[in-house]
Design a protein around this ligand. Sequence first.
Ligand code: NAP
Length: 326
Amino acid sequence: MDFNLSNLPTRSKSEEEHVKVLILGSGPAGLSAALYVARASLNPVVLSGIEIGGQISLTYSIENYPGFPDGIGGMELYELFQKQAERFGARIEIDIADEVDLSDRPFRVKTQNGKLYLAESLIISTGASAITLNVPGEKEFTGKGVSYCGTCDGWFFKGKDVVVVGGGDSALEEGIFLTRFANSVTIVHRRDQLRAGPILQERARNNPKIDFVWNKIVTEVTGNGSVQSVQLRDTITGEESEQDTNGLFVFIGHKPNTQLFEGQLDMDELGYLIVDQKMRTNVAGVFAAGEVADPHFRQVITSAGMGAAAAMEAGHFLDEIVGYNR
Ligand code: NAP
């Protein structure tokens, strides 16, 4: 990617801001980092990113974040994270990083709102986004029956029949959630063994509105203005079939949001940022936390922990390497 922020048009002072720590992303990793950086009196600025609150804001209920024995709504947890970080001086901007230049410090981050941040240290917590099936009709019917978020769109399927694709925790959790609205939920999985954990498996198998279709993939989405059916292929026999449905919910995993850093930061073969135990990337002063750097655990609690660790290391970096006087 060709980054040359020095060629940007001359900016007025108000469009440029020099910050000690800039945090990209407002999910659990970003807001936990913001809390720790703020409590170290380093006045962090958080750029919210496209999905404010990250993936938790799209989650109906989170039951495995300690401290909430009855579970907590994703949006509610986001608001608590935000309130706590802001209480100590974090500033959250509704804005998106467009271009990043890490070739020199201060790092230069240009945003969609036309602002240029000069950051002594950067914490990247841009998370991950839903993977699409990449089949004919999927793009055409997105928002017209194809969805990647049951919490956001479930209500539109009151009394309707929907298909869910995937066999992981997300597919089952969202499939169970969709039974609040839908008449029936058919979970289509490419194998005959679910990847999801046992509690969700049991809940889904015991839900009278949920059916499973094993060893099948969706090869096409068809309809007329909105989704009417999906074409299926048997992964063992190759046999083709059609399933009538009003909606298609796709939960087949996520890809890290790292396109901005291509050619600048080390990534693995799937595009996840590579960090060491101290959340350091290959560029001194640039740290990464949460799902953007974690292809393995991807939990709210692990992301929050990584965010706190990145924040503490950013503090050490500024103290020891840059010699910042707080
Ligand atoms: P995931 O665990 O990676 O599961 C993705 C599922 O989609 C797998 O069953 C996979 O099949 C299937 N799949 C992948 N590509 C496909 C394709 N092209 N066509 C059809 N099927 C495809 O993703 P996830 O469910 O989003 O979960 C991500 C992480 O978040 C996991 O670590 C999970 O534990 C966590 N999570 C936890 C909770 C919770 O604890 N309540 C809730 C949601 C997510 P195979 O099984 O054959 O690979």
